[in-house]
Design a protein around this ligand. Structure first.
Ligand code: FES
Length: 380
């Protein structure tokens, strides 16, 4: 009889039952993992993509199918050194394959969660996650001609879009221009090349800043600029553009498109570096314009706790200061992790797509981007 070694237990992750014993595989068939719900994920496999990028393949521990749009992200909340730390990661796989899905993660200096994932998560380990969420998606922006521009691990949401188009046999004209530091840093190089050979509408171009150790590289060297784009994609002004990468790269892309008189109604970019950065927790930026000095009383309905807070502070900051445990991640109104019902009172909320209108109609608010305009009772 074959026996299988128990997978190693990651620090802060729990190892559930062996992947080779799944009698419940079909019991939850048809169930979905929807936006805002927390699920336990189980790691099915870890794959090296480059020397510092790994793909982690997960499934919901109880076999729900993830329901997301290509380009959206999930929020992982591993326990690291005894603390739950939340980070958003774009799903790199396609929503057409919803049972086992992946994130693709680069090691980054100071990247608390990214580096922890690299060093600790193995097949069989389990992690808590919420999501999926995000507004960087082609859904709702129908276009026959697309231009994907990515740099570094900003490739992940665009890879999800490309894989989805491939699986759907979509007849789309896609040009995918990816910028990498050196040839060995190109993520998904082989898979995109293969897709290109069997998907007539897909054209992939990689550009490297330098050669690094790969002296055989015969592709373009340098940084993306208007001359390069005009030569390779002369009809770029007719395309719906989706871009993701470090902020400096996206600023450069915007500037070159501006030079090329591109119509920005057809431009989309990831609203913050979800796919790219995992540094220290994203800090809330107080607005220097916001000088309101009103003070409001907030009551937490579950604990009965009450505290006072100024009107120029977010509910997330104030609730955490008051000792409330509030799940949060992006602090930018994007990920949806801090969604909470406001039971009484009013707030001013400036979100970035992390909540839907129907949820707002039900009284939910994102605490990270909501400030009180009256005394409140919230569902915490
Ligand atoms: Fe991400 Fe509030 S923490 S929306």
């Amino acid at each position: 009889m074959t026996t299988y070694a128990k997978p190693p237990v990651a620090n802060g992750a729990n190892t559930a039952q062996s992947l080779f014993s799944d009698p419940d595989t079909w019991s939850a068939y048809g169930a979905q993992w929807n936006s805002g719900e927390q699920k336990v994920l189980q790691c099915c496999a870890v794959r090296d993509e480059t020397h510092d990028v790994k793909t982690f393949i997960f499934r919901c521990a109880e076999f729900s199918a993830i329901s997301f749009e290509p380009g959206q992200f999930i929020t992982l909340s591993p326990i690291i050194a005894g603390q739950s730390v939340a980070r958003c990661y774009t799903v790199s796989s396609s929503p057409t394959r919803p049972f086992a899905f992946s994130i693709t993660v680069k090691r980054v200096p100071g990247g608390a969660v990214s580096n922890w994932l690299h060093d600790n998560v193995r097949e069989g380990d389990t992690l808590l996650a919420s999501g999926p969420a995000g507004s960087f998606t082609p859904v709702g922006h129908p276009a026959a001609k697309l231009l994907y521009l990515s740099a570094g691990s900003g490739v992940t949401p665009l890879m999800s879009m490309t894989r989805a188009s491939f699986d759907m046999a979509a007849r789309l004209d896609i040009v995918f221009v990816h910028s990498a530091r050196t040839p060995i840093d190109i993520i998904f190089h082989d898979e995109l090349s293969q897709m290109q050979t069997s998907m007539p509408g897909l054209r992939v171009l990689n550009i490297c800043e330098g050669l690094g150790v790969d002296t055989d590289w015969s592709g373009p060297i340098g940084r993306l600029n208007l001359a390069f784009l005009s030569e390779w994609v002369p009809d770029f002004k007719e395309r719906e553009v989706f871009t993701c990468g470090p902020q400096g790269y996206m600023d450069a892309v915007k500037s070159l498109l501006k030079q090329g008189s591109f119509d920005f109604q057809h431009y989309h970019q990831e609203s913050f570096d979800i796919a790219v950065l995992d540094t220290e927790p994203l800090l809330e930026q107080p607005s220097i314009l916001d000088q309101r000095e009103d003070v409001f009383t907030v009551t937490l309905s579950r604990s009965g706790k009450t505290f006072s807070m100024p009107g120029n502070q977010t509910l997330l900051t104030a609730a955490k200061k008051a000792g409330a445990i509030v799940p949060s991640s992006c602090s930018q109104g994007v990920c949806g992790t801090c969604k909470t019902a406001v039971l009484q009172g009013t707030v001013e909320m400036n979100h970035n797509g992390g909540i839907r209108q129907r949820e707002i109609d039900k009284g939910l608010r994102l605490l990270c981007c909501s400030k009180p305009t009256s005394d409140l009772v919230i569902d915490l």
